[in-house]
Design a protein around this ligand. Sequence first.
Ligand code: ASP
Length: 344
Amino acid sequence: MIEEKTTILVIYTGGTIGMTKDIDTGALVPFDFGNIYEQMPILRSFDYKIDFHSFENLIDSSNVKPDFWIELVGVIEKNYEHYDGFVVLHGSDTMAYTASALSFMLENLNKPVIFTGSQLPMGVIRTDGRENFLTAIEIAAAKEDGLAVVPEVAIYFENQLMRGNRTTKFNAERFNAFVSGNYPLLAEVGVHIRFKKHNMLKPNFKKLKVHTRLDFNVTILKLFPGISENVVRNTLAIPGLKALILETFGSGNAPTDEWFIGCLAEAIQGGLIIYNVTQCKSGSVELGKYATSLELERIGVIGGYDITTESALSKLMYLIGEGFPKERIVELLKLPIRGEITIE
Ligand code: ASP
């Protein structure tokens, strides 16, 4: 019996990776994926069926909006049954936000959704895009006993495969642009692709459930020494605000000024969810460890453990959008629902 080929859908959304030099002008222009096989004949060496879907409106990822996430999730949903894996070509600037959002929007994901991009355009001699792209395809196609090796949303960049909702872009220049400060790698790539299966989410074999009802009444307030009452009060007074991510110092610490604690307590009593996420790229919020976080705990600020800001943002948008009652949202914020936090 002839085995059916592994099928991969590459979704091109924009970003540096899709750029190439125009022969006439020398300017960077989006790559035409319509003739990808002429531009990258090496793709024929894969024994997979690779199809391409290009967004009509190719964007620099700084222009990503939640509508874009909804469109992307729609493409994956529509094609979910027809492909073994998905590769998403995306600008690196907001890739960690999009990968986090998709992890929440795609419940019961049992197939790989591998994001990649590059720091140098594909059409430039020293590009990192070529290796990132080809390896991402290989990772999305990897199977063991007929099952996907990476049944989750992940980012592949410069030899490392990371859980999408654990990553942050931390370098604007180096090829290794991302860090997963609180979760080990899902794979390391050198001569071989070494998958770390014990770090992967387990497939649950349930039907994919897509969530697109995000609620955008969420904002982020980064603390800094000298933050004024004016800034805090005005942020809390944003009309319709339902949740605030408070980016705190170290293990979840904040000023102990009476006005500060007072206005947060008032907002919480008025129904606002305040979610404490550390500004550190590694480590966890531990409410009550220092006196400077005890008060936050007392007034009902919720500790975000080791969640990234990118992940906290889309988790809140998703949970509030689903219309769960506040107690249930608070409960789910304290639990890993897509592998996004570690609870010791
Ligand atoms: N500004 C670009 C973007 O995020 C950078 C990149 O692709 O890496 O779309």
